[in-house]
Ligand binder design. Structure first.
Ligand SMILES: Nc1ncnc2c1ncn2[C@@H]1O[C@H](COP(=O)(O)OP(=O)(O)OP(=O)(O)O)[C@@H](O)[C@H]1O
Length: 279
């Protein structure tokens, strides 16, 4: 039988198509050897982006993006359609190679180049093994990462924490809604605790109740991680974020914190974004 193999980049596994359970297990185990150690909270941690440039053909999307993020804060990344938010996340997660520039993690004063294993990336369109149930997947994931197992962590406890009900845990991921897949992705990062978590428009697919649960979850997680999420929803950004970062004309800049809860917030952000040619 002839097969076509597609490699799909993913932060915690490499999925192959056409894939079967066995293929998935074999490749998953191979990939897990590159997973990093979980990050222990309580340490000072900074993520520094230094002059990141990314071009596609003649189009320069990132033009020296520079910024410093710190643990304990939720950052909202704002930018117009096509500004390069996903491109920036892809560069940080190692899915796309940056042309120029660097990203570093500074952990208790020790500087090291950012590794793709430092990143948990919640995609706007999650990539998960749809032929497993949520429970099977998390069980397997936990067994494959014994060094990351946490004391309180029975499998059901993780699902409880994510408010995924009994019935849904034992359904095939294939039948999950977009929002549930996002939740399942987030659950994996509760287990692996990567120091940096990137979320590409994560909360847009959640209903109001789940969105509130997820916001609370992110607030709880921020003490242990650098959390950066991209969004177009200004209300969500002001509600959830400690700091807003604008990606405009390929560069990053901070929205002054005093604007965050001022009545002029929306008009100020529009002013900041309006020079960006529409994507
Ligand atoms: N692989 C690629 N090849 C060519 N061009 C690309 C590629 N990936 C992104 N681009 C271009 O780079 C620009 C930035 O795209 P990107 O998806 O990063 O923007 P974005 O800010 O995430 O947009 P949105 O808010 O609409 O999701 C766009 O013009 C896009 O067409």
């Amino acid at each position: 039988m002839s097969r076509t193999w597609h490699w799909v980049p993913c932060p915690f596994l490499t999925v192959i198509e056409p894939f079967s359970r066995n293929q998935f297990l074999v490749f998953y185990v191979k990939e897990r050897s590159v997973l990093g150690k979980p990050f222990e909270g309580g340490r000072h941690l900074h993520l520094t982006l230094d002059g990141i440039v990314k071009k596609f053909d003649n189009k320069k999307v990132l033009k020296g993006a520079t910024y410093q993020f710190e643990k304990g804060k939720i950052y909202g990344l704002l930018g117009r359609n096509g500004a390069g938010k996903t491109t920036l996340f892809n560069c940080l997660s190692g899915e796309t190679e940056m042309d120029v520039g660097n990203a570093f993690l500074e952990d208790e004063g020790k500087l090291q180049e950012l590794q793709d294993t430092d990143i948990g990336y919640v995609y706007s369109l999650p990539i998960l093994p749809e032929f497993l149930t949520g429970y099977e997947f998390v069980k397997f994931f936990q067994e494959a990462n014994p060094d990351m197992r946490q004391p309180e962590s029975g499998i059901d406890a993780w699902f409880d924490r994510m408010r995924i009900n009994e019935q849904d845990r034992h359904r095939l991921i294939k039948g999950y809604s977009h929002g549930m897949k996002n939740k399942l992705q987030m659950l994996l990062f509760l287990i692996t605790k990567p120091p940096v978590i990137l979320l590409d428009e994560p909360l847009t697919s959640f209903d109001v109740i789940v969105a509130l649960e997820m916001k609370n979850m992110l607030r709880e997680m921020k003490k242990d991680h650098i959390l950066i999420f991209s969004t177009h929803i200004l209300q969500l950004a002001t509600d959830l974020c400690d700091e807003l970062v604008v990606l405009n004309n390929g560069q990053l800049s901070s929205v002054p914190s005093e604007l965050l809860h001022s009545p002029d917030f929306e008009s100020s952000v529009i002013e900041l974004l309006k020079d960006e040619p529409h994507g």
